[in-house]
Design a protein around this ligand. Structure first.
Ligand SMILES: NC(=O)CC(=O)C(=O)O
Length: 281
């Protein structure tokens, strides 16, 4: 069996979106080409809803089939031409029975679609004086956990609101993941309070890397994203963080840190599984 790599170079593309789908996808492709030329990452991540405005009234109009739709085809080509793995943020997916999902695609350097995750927990909240959002007005939830491997390292995928559900991250850890990637678009109410907190909590609880990629903040948009795409290591230390604007963040992930933390603070072998547990149904 091939030996797993120890270091993975990651590039997070915090992209500014617009109502023009073609322009949004073109912007992503240009930024992919540039970061590959400048930094040669193994893996590039894109934001939640990077090809359309984030809002329930837009999802059906922008929805595409996966992998036959325009955005999928462009991401597949970009992965192949740039010889890079791409976690393609999310797009509204036109699925079976005319249902719409908020879906993340993962592309290998061969151009092949190697994983697809549908947002499992829909973002339905109503914070008085803050934000009301109800994804379930137009979206259906996914029902499956999603993992893929890069050079022997297992990575789990969640989407934005999924990060609030600790059980999901725990099940990924139990399944052997060393990193969870969340394309995400927190907002100006929940972002300042919870964005960093949740990432550091998931990383600390599960002793793995947590990676988020947000759209850039656009004060003119219906939904104003918080930005601050981030990489947190298994010690819960922030190792890279964007500001609010359109920005590319790169960092080298050292997987030896996963083993160090798990050996030095062995909570997973100390858990009282005779008294409680988190099981997959
Ligand atoms: N947009 C989301 O899915 C989640 C979010 O903004 C939050 O949990 O806060």
């Amino acid at each position: 069996m091939a030996k797993a790599i120890n270091t993975l170079r990651l590039a997070l593309l915090q992209l500014k979106g617009s109502s023009d789908k073609t322009a949004n996808v073109r912007n992503a492709i240009i930024k992919i080409e540039k970061v590959v030329k400048d930094h040669q990452p193994h893996l590039i991540t894109l934001p939640e809803c990077f090809n359309c405005p984030y809002g329930t009234k837009y999802f059906r109009e922008y929805a595409e089939q996966i992998p036959d739709g325009f955005t999928s085809q462009q991401l597949s080509k970009a992965a192949l031409e740039n010889q890079v793995f791409i976690v393609g943020g999310t797009i509204p997916e036109l699925g079976e029975n005319d249902r719409i999902f908020n879906t993340c695609t993962v592309w290998a350097p061969s151009g092949e679609l190697i994983a697809k995750h549908r947002k499992m927990h829909l973002f339905d909240i109503d914070v008085k004086g803050g934000i009301r959002f109800k994804e379930s007005e137009t979206l259906s939830p996914g029902n499956e956990f999603t993992t893929f491997k890069i050079e022997g390292r297992k990575i789990g995928i969640g989407i934005c609101y999924d990060i609030r559900f600790e059980e999901m991250a725990r099940l990924y850890r139990n399944d052997g993941c060393e990193m969870i990637i969340y394309p995400a678009a927190f907002n100006m109410t929940t972002g300042p309070l919870h964005w960093e907190l949740l990432q550091r909590a998931r990383a600390n609880d599960n002793q793995l890397f947590v990676v988020t990629t947000s759209p850039a903040r656009d004060l003119a948009a219906d939904y104003v994203a918080y930005g601050h795409s981030m990489i947190v290591d298994p010690w819960a230390k922030i190792i890279a963080c964007a500001d609010e604007g359109e920005q590319t963040v790169t960092a080298d992930i050292d997987f030896a840190i996963v083993d160090q933390v798990r050996q030095q603070i062995p909570v997973f072998s100390q858990r009282r599984l005779d008294l409680y547990g988190t099981e997959l149904k």
